[in-house]
Design a protein. Structure first.
Length: 531
């Protein structure tokens, strides 16, 4: 019986590897996740954004204009490790299929082009626009590597560049830098937004252990408004890549709050880099924090520097964010060959109130539906005990989106339950909920290749989350990553993995008791390919 199962799994594995190779060689050149791939490029995601080749880190300049979502990103075109930073560029009309465009911004005499944002200057406050054509303006950090190497303690400033052809070509502003460094070693990652209260631009900047807010009428001259964050929130590392936006708490009452995202490296909840958030108010000058404890956008180890799109039309109204799906602890040594790092699947952020505190929820954008290919309903079943006794799905359904609902019986309830993705080499990753610790977790202790870093393996846990009723898990499973959205995005965990052979099985487990799988729906997802 077991041997039959293994034979079947081996067959399915062979089919899945073959289809991945066939897909990769059929895919059109120039589309994200494609190129002249071979089996040595086997960790290339099937539905997540990756650079065609070489090194990528933070998403930059997320902006929507005329039907196109722009994704700029920290890019080093000459190596698969970090180096002189450029802004790579891709566009999408649906947040799912991405088209690579030429590099948007190159380093110049003022320095490397570090992280930043982009806005559409609809009122032509900068004067960069042409009649009827507003300029797209990129605001980024110049990192003066010569000054750094010369031992100077101050080498980061902010510059701008503009485009009047929808991001296809860029002109750097001759008056750069527009925001000089007041004497801070770390002074970077400007996120700019239009503030309706003051009719000014607001620039949110990370400055070592705090955030600085600047205002400007024209994107060229900036005035310091206030600072926030010294001694508040997590401070295990340097603050980076902030974002500030207002969003509804409850669409019915119309209540709105301001959310401040702050990435931090190191000092994340499970080690290395991660993104915390604060909820409060902002009057155009000053941020007042109302969060009582440190909260994280994502408790997995692999979602960093995530920021949100600007210029999303009011008719859409979503706050859409993308993060870098890696961790500075090991990003430069993961076992991919032609390229390094992928982005998270784009997510819709929302706010909910829970016991007089505000929680930022994340869910995949609805456009994921464009990838759904084949639906499988899992039969409801009682789960008790070992993984092998509960095989659920297999390779023919990968990559996959999965919706699961678990319910605990009144007596004899399991203390810990979840799902395991694995292969026949006994490499696996487990995603579950532990009732005793009241935490969701990802157990990445034996997931495959991990010798590249001592910080990769581990049991990674969420904050405490006392779920009394149904435990829901929404999962996006790609060949080298899993994104868990638990209880409608209340808890999010994102992690990458590098199994020696692709995972081919998915099973359930329950420890010290039972759990019922009330419902389960799986969609095999289409790979990225030309529309
Ligand atoms: C975050 C970060 C930013 C910086 C960029 C450099 O990952 O360190 O603070 O601008 O990466 O590539």
């Amino acid at each position: 019986m077991l041997r039959n199962k293994i034979t079947l799994i081996t067959l399915l594995l062979a089919i899945s590897v073959l289809s991945a190779v066939v897909w990769q060689s059929c895919a059109s050149k120039g589309m994200a996740g494609t190129g002249t791939e071979s089996i040595s490029d086997k960790y290339r995601p099937l539905f997540h954004f990756t650079p065609d080749s070489m090194w990528m880190n933070d998403p930059n300049g997320l902006v929507y204009l005329d039907g196109e979502y722009h994704l700029f990103y920290q890019y080093y075109p000459d190596s698969t490790v970090w180096g002189p930073m450029h802004w790579g560029h891709a566009i999408s009309t649906d947040l799912v299929h991405w088209q690579h465009l030429p590099i948007a911004l190159y380093p110049d005499s003022l320095g490397y082009i570090f992280s930043g944002s982009a806005v559409v200057d609809n009122d032509n406050t900068s004067g960069f626009g042409k009649k009827g054509t507003p300029a797209m303006v990129a605001i980024f950090t110049y990192h003066d590597v010569k000054a750094e190497r010369a031992g100077k303690s101050v080498y980061q400033s902010q510059g701008i560049a503009y485009s009047t052809d929808k991001g296809r070509s860029w002109t750097k502003y001759p008056g750069n830098p527009v925001l000089k460094n007041p004497g801070q070693r770390d002074f970077r990652d400007p996120k700019v937004s239009w503030n309706k209260q003051t009719n000014k631009w607001i620039l949110t900047l990370a400055s070592g252990d705090h955030i600085c807010f600047y205002s400007s009428p024209n994107l060229k001259e900036w005035t310091l408004e206030s600072e926030f964050g010294k001694g508040v929130g997590a401070h295990g590392g340097v603050w980076e890549c902030p974002d500030l936006f207002e969003m509804p708490v409850d669409r019915k009452t119309g209540e709105k709050k301001w959310v401040l995202l702050v990435s931090i490296n190191p000092g994340g909840p499970n080690g290395g880099s991660a993104t915390q958030y604060f909820v409060g108010s902002f009057d155009g000058h000053r941020f007042l924090n109302e969060s009582k404890e440190t909260r994280w956008v994502d408790y997995g180890k692999d979602n960093y520097a995530g920021v949100s799109y600007s210029n999303i039309p009011d008719s859409d109204g979503r706050h859409i964010s993308i993060g870098w799906m890696s961790n500075w602890q090991y990003a430069q040594v993961v076992p991919t060959v032609k390229w390094r790092s992928a982005m998270t699947f784009p997510r819709k952020l929302s706010l909910m109130e829970d016991n007089s505190s505000y929680i930022l929820k994340s869910e995949p954008v609805e456009e994921i539906q464009l990838l759904r290919e084949r639906k499988t309903e899992l039969k409801s079943q009682n789960i008790e005990g070992a993984l092998e006794s509960n095989p659920a799905m297999n390779a023919s359904n990968f990559p996959m989106e999965l919706f699961l609902e678990f319910e605990l019986p009144a007596s004899g309830a399991a203390t810990d339950f979840g799902i395991q993705l694995g292969n026949q080499l006994d490499e696996n990753i487990q995603l579950g909920y532990n009732r005793e610790t009241k935490q969701f977790y990802i157990r990445r202790e034996n997931s495959g290749i991990s010798t590249f870093s001592k910080d990769f393996n581990g049991l990674h846990t969420s904050g405490t989350c006392d779920i009394k009723g149904t435990v829901k898990m929404h999962l996006l499973i790609d060949v080298a990553s899993v994104e868990l959205f638990a209880n409608d995005g209340l808890v999010t965990m994102t992690e990458i993995f590098f199994p020696t052979e692709y995972y081919q099985t998915l099973g359930f487990y329950a420890r010290n008791g039972k759990v019922a799988l009330k419902s389960g729906v799986a969609y095999k997802l289409n790979s990225l390919k030309e529309k």
